[in-house]
Design a protein around this ligand. Structure first.
Ligand code: AMP
Ligand code: ZN
Length: 149
């Protein structure tokens, strides 16, 4: 079994609330969301940092991230703003050594709550994870939106 937790998710060895899957990538709900409906998009190919990925796969990740953003907004999440974030390398707070694009919906006046969660994220403590049932429900709503788009 791979030591990489995101490779384990790709291989179905770790649970995840899957939003999208194709031949190049998988998108799933972040277990410690920094905003409502926070999604991660990862390549199926194991790569620690962005420069290790081929250009097409890298472009594909951002294209899927854009589609996810559209689906989130159709559900009313992040309608006033979204972070598309890629922490590339330890000095940039990358905690999981497998490339991932964050799609983090923000809401008006959520800065205080987000800052608290961000502080936990940066320390690697993360805090309590979101219940799986809630993540599954959000993933299912996003999948439905992506199907309709
Ligand atoms: P980063 O600091 O950019 O490496 O962020 C890693 C992200 O992975 C964090 O937002 C974590 O909440 C998320 N994460 C870690 N383990 C899991 C998991 N098993 N399922 C979903 N998200 C995860
Ligand atoms: Zn991996």
């Amino acid at each position: 079994m791979s030591e990489c937790i995101f490779c384990q998710i790709i291989d179905g060895q770790l649970p995840a609330s899957i939003v999208h899957e194709d031949e190049r990538c998988v998108a799933f709900m972040d277990i410690h969301p920094l905003g409502r409906g926070h999604v991660l998009v990862i390549p199926k190919q194991h790569a620690v940092q962005l420069p290790e990925l081929d250009a097409e796969t890298a472009q594909h990740l951002f294209s899927v991230a854009r589609q996810v953003l559209g689906a989130q907004r159709a559900l009313g999440w992040g309608v006033n703003g979204t972070h598309i974030l890629l922490n590339d390398g330890k000095a940039a707070n990358q905690m999981v050594p497998h490339v991932h694009v964050h799609v983090i919906p923000r809401e008006k006046r959520d800065a205080l709550a987000t800052l608290g969660r961000l502080a936990l994220h940066v320390t690697g403590l993360f805090g309590p994870s979101k219940p799986r049932t809630r993540l599954d429900e959000q993933a299912s709503r996003l999948r439905e939106q992506l199907r309709e788009a």
